[in-house]
Write a protein that binds this ligand. Structure first.
Ligand code: ADP
Length: 462
């Protein structure tokens, strides 16, 4: 059966408190009863000794006898308390006997006490205890005290014990009620934010990414849960936005070459245009562009995945820069560009292939946007913050107002659009994603005196 968290918590608190109360009550009861028994037993022994001492003290040595009236008073008083006395003189002669005096009262008292103690002390019973009566150190007689042993309770004692039990029971009831109230409040405090979070998660699942957990729960774990759900909603919302934007952008990028190709082919098919090698080449160029776009998109999809797996190992940025330069040698030389990769070795913990891709993309841009016989330079520095690389060219440069936009997907500066350099505006987005995945940063500056300079920094332990 699935129960609500609130019900389970309330029930748990109640069970714990009930269990504690019951255990404490039972232990307290056993302990109090035992102590009380010992106390009463001691009291009875003391009482009988007192009776004997008192009786002995009443012996009148000069008269050689007792004040029978006093003996009678002590005897009756003791009888009402459950002590049945028989007083003897030195020669064994009976001086005062409670049973002789009032047999019916004695029997009634014995029956009463036996009935009362039957349940709480069933092993006990009436027995006689003999004491010498002394006066000034001389034995003057004896007394036989008949009482229920080893102990017996008076009505008051029973009342005391039952009151104590009632108090323990009341404490139990009050504690249980309080436990129920506090448990319910406590459970409410915990379950409310959880229920709210579950509700928000439901709404997120239904596509409501704008929803957020308002307020801060006071429990640390719940607070973290709420923050995680908010983060999840934010991330999903962002993903959704990116997905939508990507679809629009891709559609837009595909439309231009497709329109060009289809209009060219249409004209040729209808015989309005002759299928010259130049026209066919132009169609082929557009198709190549489409192919490049598709492979760029594949790359982008890989690096923009939040779980991009980096195969990290210590690598030297200078070495990778030189490697990328060698790789692009053909393109560099075909444009008569002078290229150099210089600086100092900078070891960083990074994915070799991905960082090579960064250099390749930056270099390919630099080649694309640099005039013939221009200059491209990569400078590597080992700084306390990490390995820093600058890719500089003296090409067409990037206007200041567009510098913050060029890392966006599909963004191309107006100049590069005009020149028909062919890129789809994805290369730098890939570069930025790779650098970010390594915990690094990248920015673009104006070159000196012209061109552009891309500077990226990779932390050593990334
Ligand atoms: P593309 O494939 O169009 O080159 P990128 O994302 O690599 O896409 O670059 C985006 C835009 O940034 C380019 O279209 C171009 O306008 C500009 N850009 C990139 N690198 C340079 C550079 N070295 N010099 C001038 N402009 C550049």
């Amino acid at each position: 059966m699935i129960r609500s968290l609130r019900a389970q918590l309330s029930l748990s608190v109640l069970v714990i408190v009930l269990f504690t109360v019951v255990v404490v009550s039972i232990l307290a009861n056993i302990f109090v009863n035992r102590q009380f028994e010992t106390y009463i037993t001691e009291q009875e022994t003391a009482r009988t000794e007192n009776i004997a001492a008192d009786l002995g003290a009443q012996y009148d040595e000069s008269a050689g006898g007792w004040d029978t009236q006093y003996l009678h008073a002590v005897g009756m008083y003791s009888l009402y308390d459950g002590y049945i006395l028989k007083i003897y003189d030195n020669l064994g002669g009976m001086v005062w006997d409670a049973e002789n005096h009032d047999m019916t009262l004695c029997s009634r008292i014995m029956v009463d006490i036996t009935a009362r103690m039957g349940k709480s002390n069933p092993d006990g019973g009436f027995s006689a205890h003999q004491y010498d009566l002394t006066k000034n150190g001389r034995t003057v007689g004896s007394v036989s005290i008949h009482y229920y042993g080893p102990y017996f309770y008076t009505e008051d004692d029973f009342y005391f014990l039952s009151t104590l039990n009632a108090v323990l029971l009341s404490i139990g009831v009050v504690a249980s009620v309080l436990a129920l109230c506090f448990g319910w409040l406590f459970a409410r405090r915990i379950s409310r934010p959880i229920a709210k979070t579950a509700d928000i998660a439901h709404q997120i699942a239904q596509g409501n990414y704008g929803i957020r957990f308002e307020g801060r729960p006071k429990t640390r774990e719940l607070n973290e849960l709420a923050a995680a759900v908010n983060q999840l909603a934010g991330a999903l919302g962002e993903q959704e936005l990116l997905r939508k934007r990507l679809t629009t952008d891709v559609a837009h990028e595909l439309r231009t070459p497709l329109t060009a190709i289809s209009s060219h082919l249409e004209m040729m098919a209808e015989g309005l245009w002759e299928a010259t090698p130049e026209r066919l080449q132009s169609c082929l160029d557009e198709i190549t562009r489409l192919g490049k776009l598709v492979s760029d998109l594949e790359q982008l999809e890989k690096v923009e995945d939040g779980n991009l797996k980096l195969d990290k190992a210590p690598v030297d940025l200078l070495e990778l820069a030189r490697f990328a330069g060698d790789h692009m040698k053909g393109q560099i030389e075909s444009k008569g560009i002078s290229f150099s990769a210089e600086g100092e070795p900078a070891i960083v913990n990074a994915d070799k292939d991905r960082i090579t891709q960064v250099f390749t993309n930056l270099l390919s841009n630099a080649i694309k946007y640099t005039r013939e016989n221009g200059n491209i330079r990569i400078v590597v520095e080992d700084t306390p913050a990490g390995g820093r690389a600058r890719v500089e060219d003296d090409g067409i440069g990037i206007p200041d107002h567009e510098q913050h936009l060029i890392f966006e997907r599909f963004y191309r500066t107006d100049q590069s659009r005009n020149r028909k350099t062919g890129g789809a505006g994805i290369g730098l987005t890939i570069v930025k994603s790779i650098i970010s995945a390594h915990g690094g940063t990248i920015q673009v500056e104006n070159g000196d005196p012209c061109g552009s300079r891309f500077v990226f920094l990779l932390p050593k332990s990334g």
